[in-house]
Unconditional design. Structure first.
Length: 262
């Protein structure tokens, strides 16, 4: 039986060694580096070529501090380079209006275009993050800006048909954390269909080795802090409906989402 091996090149190695960096050196990012990162983001795939995303570069320290307060993460304000990626159908709305498209015919407010814009924003952010890491920089993706979406909308003067998705903080790493473990590929990559629950008798048992690896990872990082296994972490978060409701509104089941569409 052939033993599989990773095929290495600089791009693959950048992706395989990806780490979240939350502490940055107090040194600026050069204009050439910034130009490179922004061009890399623009080259990401975009659904239907709508380019339905934008990114707000935060250079105002007062704004950065407010975002750190919203995210409850001080390092947000300390990053030399900070972006908020947004869904942006506002630009396309203006194009349609200036082209004389009747207002009642414009369809840029559908659930589908919202999802397109969200996907575009995430793909662009990921391209920028990977480019940053390939240049020896570090980054942290900031889902915490969604702690108070309306506050971010107001802070950044976001117009109609826009919405914040994620933030990205970038800088020269001031820490060298270990690479966070990932579960066995057999539990995340499937062939042709999603496996029936009966094919994996106990998901907790199947994740036992991964649980132990995660606990070891966190124990090495924080030896004086009790840590949870991956399955314990998921169970605790699944029960915290209040947190999700605060961030995203009504629980999914109350919005009519089903298991297939959620």
């Amino acid at each position: 039986m052939r033993i599989m091996a990773i095929v290495h090149n600089p791009t693959v190695d950048t992706l395989l060694t990806r780490r979240t960096i939350r502490a940055f050196e107090d040194t600026p990012i050069s204009e050439d580096e910034r130009e490179t990162l922004e061009r890399a983001a623009q080259q990401a795939a975009t659904s239907q070529y709508f380019n339905a995303w934008s990114a707000i570069r935060i250079s105002d320290k007062v704004v950065a501090q407010r975002l750190a307060e919203i995210g409850n993460q001080p390092y947000i304000a300390q990053a030399p380079l900070l972006y908020i990626f947004i869904i942006d159908d506002h630009r396309n709305l203006r194009i349609a209006r200036e082209a004389g498209v009747p207002e009642d015919s414009i369809t840029l407010d559908s659930d589908y275009t919202f999802t397109q814009g969200q996907n575009d924003a995430v793909l662009a952010l990921h391209s920028m993050e990977t480019a940053a890491e390939s240049l020896g920089l570090g980054a942290v993706i900031l889902g915490s800006i969604l702690n108070d979406q309306q506050a971010v909308i107001d802070l950044l003067d976001l117009p109609e048909r826009t919405f914040p998705v994620l933030g990205l903080a970038i800088g020269r790493p001031a820490q060298q954390p270990q690479i966070k473990p990932r579960m066995d590929r057999s539990l995340q990559f499937f062939e042709n269909r999603y496996p029936a629950d009966s094919e994996i008798e106990s998901i907790t048992d199947a994740l036992h080795d991964f649980d132990e690896e995660v606990k070891k990872y966190y124990d090495l990082r924080n030896p004086n802090t009790p840590v949870m296994a991956f399955t314990e972490h998921i169970a605790s978060q699944a029960a915290d409906t209040g947190r999700l409701t605060r961030a995203f509104g009504k629980p999914a089941r109350e919005q009519g989402f089903t298991g297939r569409s959620f």
